[in-house]
Design a protein around this ligand. Structure first.
Ligand SMILES: NC(=O)c1ccc[n+]([C@@H]2O[C@H](COP(=O)([O-])OP(=O)(O)OC[C@H]3O[C@@H](n4cnc5c(N)ncnc54)[C@H](O)[C@@H]3O)[C@@H](O)[C@H]2O)c1
Length: 246
């Protein structure tokens, strides 16, 4: 399973799952464009990739800003010559029960988690269609399948990613481009580390494989879906959740 010669764009790759995906694809041989709103931390990811003897560059990019995404994708194409792989990983939470949810928290989550996926996918697609090759993996969540009290905005954004991905998969399957979704369960990252202890314990009690997921568990799944071994897989949702949702 080699990604030698491939160029990958990973969003939200400054930390957590996105960083581990970037490192895993680099280990498999890909060069990496590391995009995040946290530019300095994205540069740290770049330095780690460079120790693996792969080319990498950091881009300060807000996925919810359509113009910025298109400009950055053009820049990446100039810098690397092409984009073969897109991993839409950037995402946020703004949790509260619906009765108290502020409109701005609804809008913010949808604009990053969902419109961000639209922006980045549309921007890279122009190039992928020309080269008649591409691999797109969108990071959703178990919460988009099960729902979760206090996360109606987040769950809506993640469920929508699945419908979006299946539609795009049908649109571009004949052009050598696959589109798949990974729905992680509860993964140990900065996003979940700030949850109250009793919430974490509640999640753990629901996981048949008795541990939290690790960023590597997700990164390995991405590496498979973007490889040539997965060329006949499109429009699928891969649940990586320790059995939390079956
Ligand atoms: N951690 C989990 O348990 C879990 C479970 C299911 C799904 N996910 C999803 O996995 C993805 C990564 O989550 P994580 O746990 O690593 O989170 P994280 O908060 O640790 O990392 C998210 C990264 O996205 C970046 N980001 C945020 N807004 C951005 C924007 N507007 N433009 C560009 N980058 C932006 C952040 O700066 C950060 O580097 C998210 O889509 C998340 O919803 C996480």
């Amino acid at each position: 399973m080699t990604l030698e010669g491939r160029i990958s764009l990973i969003t939200g790759a400054a930390q957590g799952i996105g960083k581990e995906i970037a490192l895993e694809l680099a280990r498999a041989g890909s060069d990496i464009a590391v995009a995040d709103i946290l530019f300095d931390k994205a540069e740290e990811t770049v330095r780690e990739i460079e120790t693996l003897k792969r080319r990498a560059k950091a881009y300060g990019m807000d996925v919810s800003d359509t113009d910025e995404v298109h400009q950055t994708v053009n820049q990446i194409n100039e810098d690397f010559g092409k984009i073969d792989i897109l991993v839409n990983n950037a995402g946020i939470t703004r949790d509260s029960l619906l009765i108290r949810m502020k409109r701005e928290d609804w809008d913010k989550v949808l604009s990053i988690n969902l419109t961000g996926v639209f922006n980045c996918t549309q921007a890279v697609l122009r190039w992928m269609l020309k080269q008649r090759y591409g691999r797109i993996v969108n990071i959703a969540s178990v919460v988009g399948l099960m729902g979760n009290a206090g996360q109606s905005n987040y769950a809506a954004s993640k469920a929508a990613i699945i419908g979006f991905s299946k539609s795009i998969a049908r649109e571009i399957a004949s052009r050598g481009i696959t589109v798949n979704v990974i729905a992680p369960g509860y993964i140990d990252t900065p996003m979940t580390q700030r949850l109250p202890d009793e919430v974490k314990k509640g999640f753990l009690n629901q996981i048949p494989i008795p541990r939290l997921g690790l960023p590597q568990d997700i990164a390995k799944g991405v590496a498979f879906l973007v490889s040539d071994d997965a060329e006949y897989i499109t429009g699928q949702v891969l649940n990586i959740n320790g059995g939390m949702y079956m």
